[in-house]
Ligand binder design. Sequence first.
Ligand code: ABT
Ligand code: MG
Length: 148
Amino acid sequence: MERTFLAIKPDGVQRGLVGEIIRRFETKGFTLVGLKFMKVSKELAEQHYDVHRERPFFTGLVEFIISSPVVAMVWEGEGVVAAARKIIGATNPLTSEPGTIRGDFGINVGRNLIHGSDAQETAQREIALWFKDEELVAWQSHSKAWLS
Ligand code: ABT
Ligand code: MG
């Protein structure tokens, strides 16, 4: 089954949006398989944003991610990678559609509340980077019987 990596960033945690954000993926019908509340190390932040290493905003981005705790999560479900990106909304919250997490709660591209893997290969890389195998819980949600 397809999985994606999501992380509620320091601004999402500081603004008290953890429950609101998790609720949106839960009520959509996706299945939570991994969850941890953590301070991110500089090494992990740099590896996570490795594709942006040469970009001018890289240093500030890493400083932001390590500045305060985040909620790291793995969610499972059919088409979850692309669907989660839709639920999250466009990178710049000023252009994200209302109804998306960033559209409803964000105004700043550098403080856009939540990260979601942008493709299935990225999701696999990020899940392996953030979680040990034994931290992921494979289980069957009985509510899914209503979806099939
Ligand atoms: P992430 O889920 O954090 O990866 O965001 P998203 O995939 O929507 O957007 P990308 B392009 O991956 O941005 C990564 C982080 O870098 C910030 N950023 C991006 C800037 O601050 N300035 C920019 O010009 C761009 C392109 C936004 C993202 N995170 N934060 N916070
Ligand atoms: Mg990205």
